[in-house]
Design a protein around this ligand. Structure first.
Ligand code: UDP
Length: 238
């Protein structure tokens, strides 16, 4: 039998903020350029994606303004599905084959989340987009990115950031002396309270030895480069 060469497999986390280009809703120009970069990378690497939904709703914010937290979180999850469909559309325009899997069943618009099937899609070269988070209130899409990466046996979680290009010693927007960190351990990131992703996502990766690469989406080309394995931004690992 011919030996099977395992391809690099990545889990890319895209925040909802990126989809809106800073505004509420989906900015087609932003999503299409993002999709072209992903499609380029997906010619060589197996790519699964977890999309955020902060450009529509964040459950914690809605609940602070009086809504029931669980219901608000479901609204947040539904927002991620809209982003997933937008991304699917532009990925297909860019020539990639795609599937959307949703953690909340909505059979007309997406497959259900079936991990084994997701892996088959990846092996066939399809980009798999995971929508609706974990399907559970009180979770974030960062945590879902870590969980999906583990379940589909990805090599790395790629966290694409908007407006920042890695992990800094302090908030670079408020402290001009903040230094970019090239490599940091999960333990140190947690102890120092560095909030690049939430602590649940960090600890899930730490406990299961899943490395993370945090990088900036700009300039153009970075997303493709990160997918292909360029050491951009900050590496977080054990
Ligand atoms: N959400 C949730 N459970 C999940 C994933 C997401 O309840 O498993 C909700 C939560 O309300 C969150 C919103 O969906 O605020 C949007 O996701 P997130 O804030 O992670 O998106 P991002 O910040 O990446 O745009």
């Amino acid at each position: 039998p011919t030996p099977v060469v395992k391809k690099r497999r990545v889990l890319l986390k895209l925040s909802g903020e990126a989809f809106g280009g800073g505004a509420v809703g989906v900015n087609p120009d932003v999503v299409s350029s993002l999709a072209r970069e992903i499609a380029e990378g997906a010619k060589h690497v197996e790519v699964a994606i977890v999309v955020g939904g902060g450009n529509f709703f964040r459950g914690a914010e809605l609940s602070q303004r009086g809504m029931d937290r669980g219901r608000a979180d479901y609204m947040g999850m539904l927002g991620t599905v809209m982003n997933a469909l937008a991304l699917q559309d532009f990925l297909e325009q860019a020539g990639a084959e795609t599937r959307v899997q949703s953690a909340i069943s909505m059979t007309q618009v997406a497959e259900q989340y079936i991990p084994r099937r997701a892996e088959r899609h990846l092996e066939k070269g399809r980009v798999v987009i995971f929508g609706a988070g974990a399907g559970l209130p009180y979770f974030s899409t960062d945590t879902v990115a870590a969980q999906r990466a583990l379940e589909i046996d990805a090599d790395v979680v790629l966290v694409a950031k908007n407006g920042v290009d890695g992990v800094y010693s302090d908030d670079p927007r408020t402290n001009p002396d903040a230094q970019k960190i090239h490599h940091i351990t999960y333990l140190e990131a947690l102890q120092r309270g560095l909030k690049v992703v939430d602590s649940t996502a960090f600890s899930l990766c730490m406990d299961n030895h899943m490395p993370m690469q945090v990088f900036g989406m700009a300039p153009e080309g970075n997303v493709t480069a990160a997918i292909l394995g360029t050491d951009l931004g900050t590496r977080v690992s054990n």
